[in-house]
Design a protein around this ligand. Structure first.
Ligand SMILES: C[S@@+](CC[C@H](N)C(=O)[O-])C[C@H]1O[C@@H](n2cnc3c(N)ncnc32)[C@H](O)[C@@H]1O
Length: 195
């Protein structure tokens, strides 16, 4: 197992973390070099816990899926199909391992730099965007989501107030009807409906 990703320069220290959320318990493989390797991120948890699970249906895209936490958890509590994309090969490999570990059949993962390899439209796009990658990438993800959403599609974003959520909300309003559905300890969950 230790050598599952030999072309990554960062030493592998594969481990399993346990996550209790929405009344279920999950196990996730994590490793060095992936986002939130020791525990589920607070923003991710806030996002998952504030989503209207009863309306999630059809095809859902998670942009910047990491080791697959959002897709795997939501796939267990909704009947939608989930696809996760990321640029981090190690995270994608872990995501595939995690789908098996949690017996998920309705999740798939693939490599894509933002939407470069995305060639269909989705009913929902969900993202905890990579703030560290810079504003250009974050804006590419959230502003261009509109080109990958079905006509009645919805985008959900979690973002920290201090990491630009307020200006993002203002800028998103050019293309979407924007609503903040949850505020939790500085994290905003932003719902965007195509105009
Ligand atoms: C904040 S993390 C969220 C990870 C996971 N969804 C979660 O909630 O734990 C953002 C993810 O975006 C990925 N990412 C960074 N730049 C990207 C890009 N250009 N295209 C796609 N994903 C990217 C990172 O590798 C990282 O896994």
């Amino acid at each position: 197992m230790g050598q599952y990703f030999s072309n990554e320069s960062l030493k592998s220290e594969l481990r399993i973390i346990k996550v209790k959320i929405l009344n279920n318990e999950y196990s996730f493989y994590t490793d060095n070099g992936v986002f939130s390797k020791s525990q589920i991120d607070f923003g991710t948890r806030t996002l998952i816990e504030s989503l209207p699970l009863d309306v999630l249906r059809g095809n859902v895209l998670d942009v910047g899926c990491g080791y697959g936490v959002i897709d795997i958890i939501l796939s267990k509590v909704t009947s939608a199909n989930y696809e996760g994309i990321d640029v981090n090969k190690r995270a994608l490999h872990l995501a595939e391992m995690n789908a098996k570990l949690n017996n998920c059949s309705n999740v798939t993962f693939y490599e894509s730099n933002v939407y470069a390899n995305v060639n269909k439209k989705y009913n929902f796009i969900i993202t905890n965007p990579p703030i560290r990658a810079g504003k250009q990438i974050v804006y590419d993800i959230i502003m261009n989501a509109r080109n990958y959403l079905e006509k009645d599609g919805v985008l959900y974003i979690v973002m920290r107030k201090e990491q630009g959520a307020k200006s993002a909300i203002r800028d998103l309003a050019e293309y979407y009807q924007v609503d903040v559905i949850c505020r939790n300890k500085g994290f905003f969950v932003i719902k965007c409906i195509l105009r």
